[in-house]
Ligand binder design. Structure first.
Ligand SMILES: Cc1cc2nc3c(=O)[nH]c(=O)nc-3n(C[C@H](O)[C@H](O)[C@H](O)COP(=O)(O)OP(=O)(O)OC[C@H]3O[C@@H](n4cnc5c(N)ncnc54)[C@H](O)[C@@H]3O)c2cc1C
Length: 225
């Protein structure tokens, strides 16, 4: 997709969703941040695990240099091995080399179904071990993996309307949120696989509690389904 730099990330997501596609980037600021700002900060966000960094997803940019010269690097070819890859200089440059005015972005297919799993970890190292296990055992379906501490969860629940602790009473120091993609036809099978993953993680002491099927809204907080 080719977007002007001022397009708000969430608007781009909504427009692409209508075509069955998605933006390879999702972050808390999506309702306000703009695609030009995302590219200029090389924002990583929640989907980095699945889609990699913007250095791989950005296919081209149009940039206006300080001299006023318009640099057209707006290629949309996925495999382009020719010459220097100048666009990479502008990804993460924070405007120091020029103003990004247009971005060509690789848009992956939108997953037809997504499961969100929320689990309580007894320690930071247990949260990291859960990530390693998820990458190994759920590899092809793992979309996103984030962690938060107890204080952050309490803050979300206290400040965001409608947000509830998905694991009331767990009182763990850390929590992990996993997003896995799947097919509509195999929903039950995939849920059972996640249940098995959680049960195994509990047995091995990586998590103390967990729930599959959590509804997470970036601006609306977290709620158990
Ligand atoms: C270095 C850095 C890395 C970040 N990484 C992440 C991350 O991985 N995950 C995450 O959730 N959030 C990240 N953020 C937060 C980030 O600020 C916002 O979430 C968002 O990506 C920025 O978009 P924005 O439109 O709000 O840009 P702004 O906050 O308005 O601008 C951010 C920077 O980019 C420059 N800039 C903005 N638009 C353009 C443009 N069109 N052309 C040239 N320069 C421009 C600005 O001058 C400024 O230096 C990061 C912030 C910074 C500074």
């Amino acid at each position: 997709v080719v977007a002007e730099a001022g397009v708000v990330l969430d608007d781009l997501e909504i427009a692409l969703n209508r075509e069955g596609m998605t933006v390879p980037l999702d972050l808390g600021a999506k309702g306000k941040c703009q695609i030009g700002g995302n590219v200029s900060t090389n924002a990583g966000g929640l989907r980095l695990l699945r889609h990699g960094s913007l250095h791989g997803s950005v296919l081209g940019v149009e940039v206006v240099l300080a001299s006023g010269r318009v640099l057209n690097l707006l290629k949309t070819l996925r495999k382009d091995n020719t010459g220097y890859d100048l666009k990479q200089l502008f990804i993460g440059a924070e405007g120091t080399l020029g103003v990004v005015t247009k971005v060509a972005l690789l848009a992956p297919r939108k997953p037809r179904r997504v499961d969100v799993t929320f689990a309580a970890a007894p320690s930071f190292s247990a949260a990291v071990e859960t990530l390693v296990a998820a990458k190994t055992e759920l590899s092809e379906s793992l979309q996103a993996f984030e962690f938060l501490d107890r204080a952050s969860l309490e803050l979300v629940c206290a400040q965001m309307k409608g947000a509830r602790d998905p694991l009331p009473g767990s009182e763990a120091p850390f929590y992990v949120v996993m997003e896995t993609s799947g097919s509509v036809e195999r929903a039950a099978e995939e849920r059972a696989r996640l249940d098995r993953f959680l049960a195994d993680a509990k047995t091995r002491g990586r998590v103390v509690d967990g729930v599959v099927g959590v509804r997470v809204r970036v601006r609306g907080g977290i709620a158990a389904r």
